[in-house]
Write a protein that binds this ligand. Structure first.
Ligand SMILES: Cc1cc2nc3c(=O)[nH]c(=O)nc-3n(C[C@H](O)[C@H](O)[C@H](O)COP(=O)(O)OP(=O)(O)OC[C@H]3O[C@@H](n4cnc5c(N)ncnc54)[C@H](O)[C@@H]3O)c2cc1C
Length: 512
């Protein structure tokens, strides 16, 4: 994190240190626990976090960033939260996701939609007892299809009774506070369509959540996941108060959270870049430094371009995704940001493993671990396949409304792409058939996601970000868009062949 940039954001809550000082202290604490008192490469191969790590890190009150000023926090300033996530993810993606879960999935929505009466004690415990909070939406039968969740609630004697099963919630069995989602059960026993959210305090009577199983998650060892049985009775003031519908409240929450993914990606990608440069400078192969091989330069420059695109996204989200904004209508932008940047996170880790070679194929190597740690970012909070398809579905709606079928003509007028369209004009200057199979929706979504990203890079260029990096970012995006357009125009309708084993065993065809 650029120190100058941090210095600009001073907090106005006088009981807290200025933001730049807070970030410096957090960095020092991370250095202490991850490099001096312990070695993160050893810590990260064991599940959970030793108490002293958590104690030291929580002693700087990182979660105050997500707490409103009137309750003693830093006010939930978006740029500060993104800076917090980025600072943490340079050292540990799991720590950054822990902060991300607490802020984007608990403190921000609770601060925005929580009942005034319920807020004070919760925020107090975050600040004084360093407690944590998470969000439970996903159920064993309903992940991507969350709107059909089966967790139900009824109202009985002024309390809400929630019943159901939730799994894969980050901080399972660890967080004290949860936002639980469910659908109201009518007297006839049907579930209503709208979804509501409730605060649950597991330490209060009737609010305990039983963890039926802890999962052996493939990466992110510091964070516990599992399956939870929900059977809780919650006070009326624990129901979150949507401004319109519960589904729109959920979209506001999810879209704002997706806009904050670049924060978690920022430090991670920068770390992958720094690790790769250091390794390639030190490693000599065939009498010369790895750094000087052309294919290596291609990989390093791609990592650097991802750093640039991610920086642009951090600025953009800081300016656009504040708590006061209703993010529900901003699905196109949020989906683009989340899916593109999580693809870059995974590609960054994979590329560093390739450059480092066998040494990286270890749980105690940051890049090897990074492949497993970054992988679920492409799955949670909206599977990227689905998000990319949704981007194109939104595009088609907008193009129909504008009565425009030429992709370039539309994108050059559209506010999220108007700057970038010219840079890929030759590739996108065609009439889009608005009827397309799902695989084409996904491919087109990848293209649009990258045009939206390029727009953000161009806006960052106007602010004075260094030119050579901007050029690298634009070139990478242009190349990716060209490749994706080639894929998109290739007509492939292949379907999986049923009973494929018949007449397809290679051994039967060996002659001689
Ligand atoms: C590390 C991790 C952390 C998580 N944290 C949380 C959390 O804190 N809180 C929480 O509530 N949940 C959390 N989740 C759950 C996560 O949000 C879900 O895993 C995600 O929504 C996908 O649901 P699913 O796993 O049931 O997959 P499914 O819904 O079964 O989807 C699996 C795959 O099927 C394909 N697919 C699904 N639907 C379609 C479609 N319509 N068209 C085409 N393809 C489709 C996609 O490729 C998709 O990736 C977490 C998951 C992981 C792995």
């Amino acid at each position: 994190m650029n120190q100058l940039a941090v210095d600009k954001k001073e907090t106005s809550n006088s009981s807290l240190p200025p933001f730049s000082e807070f970030i410096s202290v957090l960095k020092a604490k991370m250095k202490l626990v991850f490099n001096e008192r312990a070695d993160i490469n050893q810590l990260a191969i064991k599940r959970g976090l030793p108490p002293f790590v958590l104690r030291e890190i929580m002693s700087v009150n990182p979660l105050a960033v997500g707490i409103p000023k009137e309750f003693g926090g830093r006010g939930g300033v978006m740029s500060e939260n993104i800076a917090l996530l980025a600072t943490a993810s340079y050292e540990s993606l799991a720590l950054s996701l822990t902060f991300g879960i607490n802020s984007a999935l608990f403190l921000q929505p609770f601060g925005k939609f929580g009942h005034t009466e319920a807020k004070a004690p919760v925020f107090k415990r975050f600040l004084e007892d360093k407690t944590m909070g998470g969000l439970m939406i996903t159920e064993p039968g309903f992940g991507s299809d969350a709107l059909n969740m089966q967790t139900s609630y009824t109202e009985e004697e002024g309390k809400f009774h929630l019943k159901g099963t939730k799994h894969w919630a980050g901080l399972t069995g660890w967080a004290d506070y949860w936002l639980l989602s469910g659908r109201q059960k009518t007297k006839a026993g049907n579930l209503q369509r709208d979804i509501n959210f409730f605060l649950c305090d597991v330490s209060a009577p009737d609010q305990n959540i039983e963890v039926e199983e802890f999962f052996e998650n493939l990466g992110l060892y510091a964070i516990p996941y599992g399956r939870n049985k929900i059977d809780v009775k919650l006070p009326a003031v624990h129901k979150l108060q949507p401004h319109t519908t519960g589904v729109k409240m959920m979209l506001d929450l999810l879209h704002r959270s997706r806009m904050q993914f670049p924060g978690m990606a920022m430090g991670f990608i920068q770390r992958m870049l720094d690790e790769a440069i250091t390794h390639c400078n030190q490693r000599f192969i065939g009498g010369k430094s790895l750094f000087n091989y052309d294919q290596v330069q291609q990989r390093l420059s791609k990592l650097q371009a991802s750093y640039t695109v991610c920086s642009a996204m951090c600025i953009n989200s800081s300016e656009k995704a504040g708590l006061e904004v209703d993010m529900a209508p901003h699905g196109m932008e949020a989906n683009a940001v989340k899916s593109v940047i999580t693809d870059y996170m995974q590609e960054a880790a994979q590329s560093v493993v390739q450059l480092v070679g066998a040494k990286a194929y270890k749980l105690n190597h940051i890049a090897g671990r990074g492949t497993a740690d970054s992988r679920p970012f492409q799955i949670f909070e909206g599977s990227n396949d689905i998000l990319y398809a949704q981007i194109t579905e939104s595009l088609i709606k907008l193009m129909k409304r504008a009565k425009e079928s030429n992709l370039f003509q539309f994108l050059k007028e559209y506010q999220l792409t108007n700057r970038a369209a010219e840079y890929v004009k030759t590739q996108i200057n065609f009439n889009l058939d608005l009827q397309m199979p799902q695989r084409k929706l996904v491919e087109m979504g990848k293209i649009i996601g990258r045009v939206i990203s390029m727009n953000q890079v161009l806006e960052m260029a106007d602010k004075g970000f260094r030119k050579d990096l901007i050029e690298g970012g634009i070139t990478m995006l242009q190349q990716e868009i060209s490749k994706l357009i080639a894929t998109f125009s290739f007509n492939n309708k292949s379907q999986v062949v049923g009973g494929y084993e018949e007449n397809s065993g290679w051994f039967d065809f060996v002659t001689g």
